[in-house]
Design a binder for this molecule. Sequence first.
Ligand SMILES: Cc1cc2nc3c(=O)[nH]c(=O)nc-3n(C[C@H](O)[C@H](O)[C@H](O)COP(=O)(O)OP(=O)(O)OC[C@H]3O[C@@H](n4cnc5c(N)ncnc54)[C@H](O)[C@@H]3O)c2cc1C
Length: 454
Amino acid sequence: MTRVLVVGADAAGMSAAHQALRTARKNGRELSVTVLERGHHTSYSACGIPYWMAGDVDDPGDLVARSAHEHLASGLDLRMGTEVVAVDTAARTATVANGEVFAYDELVVATGAPAVLPDWALRPDGTAYAGVGTVKTLDDGGAWLERFEEAGPGAHVVVVGAGYVGVEVAEAALRRGLGVTVLTRTRGMGMLEDEMSDLVNQALVDAGVELVLGAEVTGLELDGDRVTGVRWDGGTRDADLVVVSVGVRPATDFLRGTDVPLTEGGALRPDPHGRVADGVWAAGDCCEVRRRIDDAWVFRPLGTHANKHGRALGDSLAGGSLSFEGMTDTSITRFAAGGQYVEIARTGLSRKDAEAAGLDPVVLVTEGSTASGYMPEADPVAIWVMADRATRRLLGVQLVGGRGAGKRVDAAAAVLWHGGTVDDLAWMDLAYAPPFATAWDVLQVAARRVAERI
Ligand SMILES: Cc1cc2nc3c(=O)[nH]c(=O)nc-3n(C[C@H](O)[C@H](O)[C@H](O)COP(=O)(O)OP(=O)(O)OC[C@H]3O[C@@H](n4cnc5c(N)ncnc54)[C@H](O)[C@@H]3O)c2cc1C
């Protein structure tokens, strides 16, 4: 009997655990799976939390794909409230906070990446000041709903950080009737090129958000231990609540001092089957992922990778051959509040990535429509396309636009996945009917224009 010990019971860990059981059953292998989870939720959609905060989802139970009880019923030995604090890879044991020791044959690290709280957000005892927090777990979501309720409409929220989570939380707070300031060190949605980021910034401002770009937060204004304002290098803002969304960091401290290699930022770099060292496997937000286009390791803590890599890992661990063959850096969100609606999506390299990879990028922004102009569905969309001059290879696509704009990114991601050219994107067979597209889809018009430019 092979003893598998999984640390972390969310997307990556539970995908791995269940797939390992399925593959073992199929192959007639004897396998026991124990899962240790320090929190008290399993298999929940963190991605849904901003929409719960906004009011789109009433019951947080709807965000839970499988409860602890369901996992137990399907044959996993799941221990909740159990935090791994040390691992001995030579003895193949993991020690938990109460001192109990678990022996394993194969260890799966799926511990994710908790949200970062900078020093200025913390009391001397290391906890956040009242009214200050992150948006990461179901408990965070519940706490924010209570704080929104308590503060009441007209209260003011400062959101620090304007990545996906910052923008989604700004939407939620506006839709709850709160005033919103967004402070960001760089620009809004920094993963976009400047010209695309500008469109998102404009939508935020048009919705009534006070947006401050290039702001480095230096501290909080406090009344006792309750926040009353935020100071940054260029000003101050009164605030009833402060949402900190400045990034996440891999939860791998318990591996320090073992033979498991970690990057400087504490991330793991698993192979396509999930292996990181002899008897140690990993997947999800605690890992970097391989970007296929330039073969670079990048930190992209996304559920889409955690689920896929976890499944491949679980299968491989139980004797299967599934593998996670990297990604093309695709992501999507939307901002919908204050009379504004924009879908925001990207795939592939940024211009900076392409130049760093020694490529010669040709870039063009095209404006068009999500549906035939005579249809009520037609919304404007801007598309940024980048290709390599020498090989005509598609390198990246970004979109900002109305309903139906965002998921167009998937066609571009498919071309990138297969290493296709900008001509492939321009001429492939995409669906057309007036409510959905123009006869030449705007994505293909944008690709064709770049092809012509080359
Ligand atoms: C607000 C928000 C919105 C998001 N939206 C999207 C989206 O739209 N699309 C997308 O693709 N992704 C999105 N994500 C990211 C996505 O939620 C994560 O990528 C995904 O949850 C990662 O799964 P994971 O299993 O690797 O890590 P986690 O979900 O973080 O799970 C790790 C688990 O390990 C446990 N753990 C950690 N350390 C220990 C320890 N020492 N001992 C025991 N247990 C431990 C933790 O308690 C946790 O339950 C969003 C995230 C947030 C916060």
